[in-house]
Design a binder for this molecule. Structure first.
Ligand SMILES: [Mg+2]
Length: 164
């Protein structure tokens, strides 16, 4: 079975957009790492994740990928703080109980936490894909606007099956 790692923020949920909007409303400087971290530590993650729009039916398609039995599917997501991890796991398990989830503390690269060799990473952040490729993995760029890119691009997770 092919190993498939799927990013969370910007692939499954449009969560960065939601949290940036809340920070703007509350007058928090989102580009200041200390302020941003303090915000994430007290954020109502449960409500925030529930209110964040899902991107292009991602949860439905992850379920389909698992059910196809062709992939070992893992969500591989960066977290800024402990509570973010707790609520991401709760959210995903509520929708797809059989899903595996790997949390990566922001201090580490995704490639330091799992072995990318011959595994596929679907991510919206190009730096993650570059690091992944350097360590022998296969990177696929998630972009809901399907722009031309140095990596193959998909706009929804159902496109994976026809690519591999
Ligand atoms: Mg992302």
């Amino acid at each position: 079975m092919k190993k498939l790692y799927i990013d969370f923020d910007g692939v499954i949920l449009d969560s960065i957009k939601t949290t940036y909007e809340i920070m703007d409303k509350e007058g928090i400087d989102k580009y200041n790492p200390v302020e941003a971290r303090a915000f994430y530590e007290v954020l109502d993650w449960d409500r925030t994740l529930e209110q964040t729009p899902e991107i292009n039916n991602s949860l439905k398609y992850i379920k389909q990928l698992i059910d196809s039995n062709q992939y070992e599917v893992n969500v591989l997501t960066h977290i800024v703080c402990y509570r973010e991890g707790v609520y991401k796991i709760r959210f995903l398990k509520k929708h797809i109980p059989e899903l595996s989830i790997i949390l990566v503390p922001k201090e580490f690269s995704k490639t330091e936490v799992v072995n990318p060799k011959d595994a596929i990473l679907i991510d919206d952040y190009t730096e993650n894909l570059k690091e992944w490729k350097e360590k022998g993995g296969i990177g696929i760029k998630f972009d809901d606007k399907k722009r031309i890119h140095q990596f193959p691009v998909i706009t929804n997770l159902s496109e994976i099956e026809s690519m591999i």
